[in-house]
Design a protein around this ligand. Structure first.
Ligand code: BG6
Length: 517
């Protein structure tokens, strides 16, 4: 596979898997239920809301992590009655969830209502305000308001401004400003200028502590586990640096294409869609210094510092450090799929990348000289998101004099999805009279060990929005640092024809030249 280029160990037999024994005892378990909350969802009849938001809220509701004093006011252009909105949510949950509890479903959707209008019309916001007051009284929601913008990003500034001008963010009952939150989804801008402009507008109306920027990768269990792994175990920190680590590879490979999002995706591409946010956030968690405490801003300080330490990419270095590709027609799991330019809504001469790989260096004491390879693409052979840490080889092998360079290095792999887990590879002696070395993999499979279905990342993120915990949300300085880093790449690509075509279902584009070590 292109995204794992391990050398073959001549002497070793095929890698064997051994299961780790895990004590199923919780040392620390922090869980808090949210207090009364009013959700005002813009874009409430859109795809994201139905696929992620409502199912996640329902799960929180069923697990008693949500107060029963809540309401959800859907806002959108569709002409929907309250009844029709509730029915559509109920039907959707019935189809997507595994045997939902009918009674719970019925009481859950009673908290939902809908108001339709035009986002650019002030009278729409007046209607919203009136309905909020009614819902707040009916469900005894005291002051907590969460404005969730599930709309195309070009509407963020306008809607946020109108929420503020029409004073929707001034709770009628308690008047407590700190309980008003604005939730937005990535992308936060499309380059440095637009990201700075978005921040200026949002900060004009809301304080940073009220803004929740969702990067759903940060809500994934296995991504959160990086923090526990690094900072609750003492044995890895001494080797977590340039002296022991050869390189780190972060991969997010998808089988999916662009689905029905040609309009958005063709303006975005893999660099903006995945690299600038999900990949760089994972990089920050893997490479940052230990935060002084597990508090939102202490953790986010370290992430921002790390992103600012990534070596700036000069235009002349872009061809050596970055490669981009686009999928052509091919087959996935034996099923023929069309090329990107044949997807509905994509121009036939589109130069948008559906694959990107980049090599980054972090200029600080810990990481100087260690390459970090980040890569992501659509329509690849299989879905795989992982962080692979490759340690340095032994300096000398007494077992294979002269051939030690072929001995496999230890690797530590965080598999984010699918089949979430952690895997540590080791060399070990194969039982028998001969000296025969095997590479073993100590495996921790999350599902197997903990025996629970992995929660959807939005569940955790929505709960945190309600609780007012910003730990897993992107802060403006990290967002700006990542655009600062990637803007020269985007600028350089504007005038280049350097798009590599790869067949859908393959292992990706020809990245040998920059990714080969
Ligand atoms: C989104 C991107 O942020 O992440 C999509 O916009 C991508 O293009 C998706 O498919 C991948 O998320 P996941 O959780 O399936 O890896």
């Amino acid at each position: 596979m292109w995204f794992r280029k391990g050398r073959k160990l001549k002497t070793a037999c095929a890698m064997r898997k051994i299961e780790a024994t895990v004590q199923k005892q919780d040392l620390l378990c922090i869980e808090a239920a949210a207090g009364p909350t009013g959700f005002v969802v813009f874009g409430a009849s859109g795809d994201l809301a139905y696929r992620k938001l409502y199912p996640s809220l329902y799960e929180l509701y069923c697990h008693d992590l949500m107060s029963h004093h809540f309401y959800l006011l859907g806002c959108g252009r569709s002409d929907l009655s309250d009844e029709a909105f509730r029915d559509s949510i109920k039907n959707n949950l019935q189809q997507t969830l595994d045997r939902p509890n009918q009674e719970k479903l019925h009481t859950f959707v009673r908290h939902f209502s809908f108001v339709s209008g035009d986002y650019a019309d002030d009278s729409f916001y007046q209607k919203i305000c009136q309905r909020m007051t009614v819902q707040e009284e009916q469900f005894k929601v005291n002051g907590s308001r969460l404005f969730y913008l599930s709309v195309p990003p070009f509407l963020y500034e306008d809607i946020a401004g109108r929420i503020s001008r029409m004073k929707l963010h001034c709770p009628a009952v308690s008047g407590r400003m700190q309980n008003v939150r604005l939730v937005i989804e990535k992308p936060f801008g499309r380059d440095l200028d637009s990201a700075e402009n978005l921040d200026r507008v949002l900060h004009h109306h809301f304080r940073e502590s009220q803004i929740y920027r969702i990067d759903h990768y940060l809500g994934k269990e296995t991504v959160q586990n990086i923090l526990i792994f690094r900072f609750a175990n003492s044995i890895f920190e001494p080797v977590w640096n340039r002296n022991y680590i050869e390189h780190v590879r972060i991969t997010a490979a998808e089988q999916l294409g662009i689905e029905h999002r040609a309009g958005y995706y063709d303006q975005s591409g893999a660099l903006r869609d995945m690299f600038q946010n999900h990949l760089l956030q994972m990089l920050a968690l893997v490479a940052m210094e230990p935060p002084v405490s597990f508090e939102a801003d202490r953790l986010r300080d370290e992430k921002a510092k790390l992103l600012r330490s990534v070596r700036p990419i000069l235009p002349r270095d872009v061809p050596a450090q970055f490669v981009r590709g686009q999928y052509a027609a091919g087959a996935i799991d034996g099923r023929p799929v069309v090329g990107y330019r044949q997807e509905k809504g994509v121009p036939q001469d589109s130069a948008t990348e559906t694959f990107v790989a980049g090599k980054l260096f972090i200029d600080n004491w810990r990481w100087k000289g260690v390459p970090f390879y980040l890569q992501t693409g659509k329509r690849l052979r299989r879905k795989l998101t992982e962080i692979l840490v490759t340690f340095k080889q032994v300096p000398h092998s007494m077992f294979l004099p002269g051939e030690w360079a072929d001995m496999a290095a230890n690797t530590l792999r965080f598999q984010i999805q699918p089949e979430e887990g952690m895997y540590l590879s080791l060399q070990a002696k194969r039982p028998g009279s001969k000296i025969c070395m095997s590479t073993l993999e100590m495996a921790v499979d999350y599902q197997q060990v903990f025996g629970v279905k992995m929660p959807e990342s939005y569940q955790r993120l929505l709960l945190d929005c309600m609780l007012g915990d910003q730990t897993l949300f992107s802060r403006h300085d990290s967002v700006i640092a990542s655009w600062q880093l990637l803007t020269p790449v985007m600028e350089f690509w504007k005038n280049q024809q350097n798009l590599v075509m790869y067949p859908a279902g393959s292992d990706g584009s020809d990245t040998q030249n920059i990714l080969a070590k």
